[in-house]
Design a protein around this ligand. Structure first.
Ligand SMILES: C[S@@+](CC[C@H](N)C(=O)[O-])C[C@H]1O[C@@H](n2cnc3c(N)ncnc32)[C@H](O)[C@@H]1O
Length: 685
């Protein structure tokens, strides 16, 4: 777009921006007591591994962007010619990288003759290659025919950086050279976003993903890739670890899905000594990761589980606190992304966070750039990365809006984007569970997200008993033609009947007609014995919180027991007969006698009533129970079910929850399938 600024003013503006930005960098260096970066030094400058403040990041960007624009403004023809011929630089770089020239030079200086001897390259030709690289500030010529590393080339001296150059220039670039034109122009390919229409697939004549192709046909490229990603992580990993408040997590499990060698997630463990890591990838990569950690991070390895996985299949770790996907979604077509995300969604609870980390391409038209800089000045890396995905997978780098579009049908929503300077972004997402919970997630969007790590399953494992109150809602008594009790009555369910979120289906024993009964569950926090109904302070102080429970009941068996005067232990106590939600902190239900319980079967509403309909209120219930048996911390008390109970059959899906003031309590949401149990006990009337 033509600028209204005169060309001369543009030049002066660009010059001024560079001056101002240098002042920012100078200030930052002096604050850290660092010298300015010296391009001739082989010492890695501390700023390279520091997370830059927005101001410093922008100053660097400004200098890069302004310098590029200055060049183009001064001599467009030279700029074009240099861009066209830039393949000589990358080709030269590929050869010297393959021959390990940066490692040979180390921190010393080496003559062209010795370098030629060490690499096996003809001295004359090597000299011609080196002088091109030196003139582009990769290596430097310290004397006639004597070379050394500089601040740029010393970065190539590590195995990881060498792998990254090899990966880009030997494993990926050739497929761009040979297949991009065909992929973009051939009539039957150009509009396709299928994997089979990628330049990679066209060149290699394969339908396999790059990962499977390399694994099967080019093991050298397959094993080079994790190392290359390690070098990448040196750019992105720090940004990731610092962008999201991993340090604030109160513990829990992070699953690094497709985590390669775990180069980034290692930093999360360093940030927070309470978290555990599950590192997932294809089997050979996981084995390489285990070796890598054994050698390089023996102090952290006890907190890591190495888990081979195929993210197109069921996620092996259920209910983790964080599922972290860095540079994964960009490798796949929309259709494949949905499959990966669906498998994760199935493993998530409403407490779990899904974090999609990667480059988010900046807008081409909007941005904070001061004129005459381009809106996306100095963001070329993001666009290169996007094209790399096109070459390899016919895929792309995605924005939060792209991710939302893919995930919304799955009930997963973007909550917040976290980033430092640069285009690397952590997109935090949550599983909504129901449309109502989506509203709750909507409220969270753009607010600071806190991670509340619930370990209710562990909490409830310490419980000693489940006490179930019977006949506590008048309409429910009526629907089952029961007699209204004159004092509370209860039964005890075994702990083995508990079924936590994502632990699988409720199993229907053979010959048994099973009913659902949704209930408010009280979770005890302190011991109570012989408490009086009037001691309300003591009673509510002893309650730790609440949960939603479904008291599954073998109705035909219970009816028969009632007739015969037999106990209900079996009718209520089958394994899986006590699905329960996450723990609800008591502040979330300030008045337990004014909350709305609900339950659906196959999305048909079956039960929905307010807890103010309880016949015996909580103080009276606890007086009664604690007068008979002491209540202990972690005991669970089911307070009775409202009307609407009914049968479920194989294939049904029950959802339940609780609302306060019309708002869904996220922790109370639950979804559980129902399936026939194979074998085992059979009830015969
Ligand atoms: C682009 S790399 C990202 C690695 C790492 N997350 C990072 O950012 O450094 C993609 C990773 O996905 C893994 N991968 C590919 N297909 C997979 C599959 N079907 N199941 C699990 N992992 C897979 C690859 O082995 C590779 O480590």
């Amino acid at each position: 777009m033509p600028s209204t600024m005169s060309p001369l003013i543009q030049l002066r503006e660009l010059h001024a921006y560079i001056g101002d930005a240098i002042n920012v960098l100078e200030k930052e260096c002096s604050e850290h007591n660092d010298p300015m970066v010296d391009v001739h030094s082989t010492e890695v400058h501390p700023r390279i591994t520091r997370i830059l403040s927005e101001e410093v990041g922008n100053a660097e960007k400004t200098i890069f962007g302004a310098a590029t624009m200055l060049q183009a403004s001064l001599n467009p023809r030279t700029v074009l010619r240099d861009k066209i011929l830039s393949y000589h630089i990358t080709n030269a770089l590929q050869v010297v990288n393959a021959k390990g020239v940066a490692k040979i030079l180390g921190t010393g200086k080496v003559s062209a003759k010795d370098l030629a001897g060490a690499t096996g390259i003809n001295p004359d030709k090597l000299t011609r290659i080196m002088r091109l690289l030196c003139s582009n500030l990769i290596f430097c010529k310290v004397e006639d025919d004597v070379y050394a590393n500089n601040a740029v080339s010393i970065l190539l001296a590590s195995d990881e950086a060498q792998a990254l150059v090899g990966h880009c220039l030997e494993d990926v670039n050739p497929v761009g050279v040979s297949g991009l034109y065909e992929a973009l122009t051939k009539v039957d390919l150009k509009d396709s976003f299928a994997l089979s229409a990628s330049p990679f697939a066209i060149t290699k004549r394969t339908e396999l993903s790059v990962f499977d192709y390399w694994k099967r046909h080019e093991p050298h490229a397959f094993y080079r890739f994790p190392k290359a990603m390690s070098a990448h992580a040196e750019y992105d990993g720090f940004a990731a670890a610092k962008a999201f408040p991993f340090a604030d997590m109160s513990g829990g499990v992070i699953v690094d899905v497709g985590g390669s060698l775990g180069q980034t997630s290692r930093l999360f463990l360093e940030e927070n000594s309470k978290i555990q890591l599950v590192l997932e990838d294809m089997e050979p990569v996981v084995r390489a990761a285990e070796e890598h950690w054994t050698v390089n991070h023996p102090d952290l390895i006890s907190r890591v589980t190495f888990q081979p996985c195929d993210f197109f299949k069921t996620q092996p770790v259920k209910g983790a606190d964080v599922y972290y996907l860095q540079n994964i979604i960009h490798d796949w077509t929309d259709e494949d992304c949905v499959k990966i995300l669906e498998n994760l969604r199935d493993a998530m609870t409403t407490e779990s966070r899904l974090i999609i980390a990667g480059v988010v391409p900046p807008s081409l038209t909007k941005g904070p750039a001061p004129r005459p800089l381009l809106p996306n000045y100095s963001e070329s890396f993001a666009f290169c990365s996007d094209l790399q995905m096109l070459y390899m997978c016919n895929s792309r780098e995605r924005t939060a809006a792209d991710l939302d579009r893919l995930m919304n049908p799955l009930g997963v929503k973007v909550v917040k984007e976290w980033k430092n300077s640069g285009s690397f972004t952590l997109t935090e997402c949550m599983f909504c569970y129901t449309t109502l919970n989506c509203e709750y997630v909507d409220q969270l969007i753009h607010t600071i997200s806190t991670i509340t790590m619930s370990s209710f399953a562990q909490f409830a494992r310490n419980s000693r008993k489940i006490v179930g109150i019977g006949r506590n809602y008048a309409d429910h008594i009526k629907e089952l033609n029961n007699v209204r009790p004159t004092e509370p009555f209860f039964f005890v369910k075994p702990m083995s009947s508990l079924l936590f979120k994502n632990q699988g289906p409720v199993l229907l024993p053979r010959g048994v007609k099973v009913h659902y009964e949704v209930e408010l569950a009280i979770i005890m926090g302190k011991e109570l014995k012989d408490v009086r109904e009037s001691e309300t302070d003591r009673i509510y102080d002893a309650i730790a919180g609440y949960a939603v429970g479904i008291d599954m009941t073998a109705r035909n068996m219970q009816e028969q027991n009632k007739k015969k005067g037999l106990p209900w232990a079996a009718a209520k106590g089958f394994d899986t007969f006590q699905p329960i939600s996450d723990f609800i902190p008591k502040e979330k239900i300030p008045d337990p006698h004014n909350a709305e319980l609900w339950l659906t079967v196959n999305d048909q509403l079956k039960q929905q009533d307010n807890t103010n309909l309880m016949l015996f209120r909580i103080p009276r219930l606890l007086e009664h129970i604690s007068g008979i048996m002491k209540l202990e911390p972690n005991d669970i008390i089911l307070t009775g079910t409202p009307k609407g109970v009914g049968p479920v059959v194989h294939g049904d899906v029950m959802k339940a929850g609780i609302r306060v003031d019309g708002k869904e309590i996220a922790e109370g949401l639950m979804e559980v399938k129902v399936e026939d149990r194979q074998g085992g006990y059979e009830f015969k009337l």
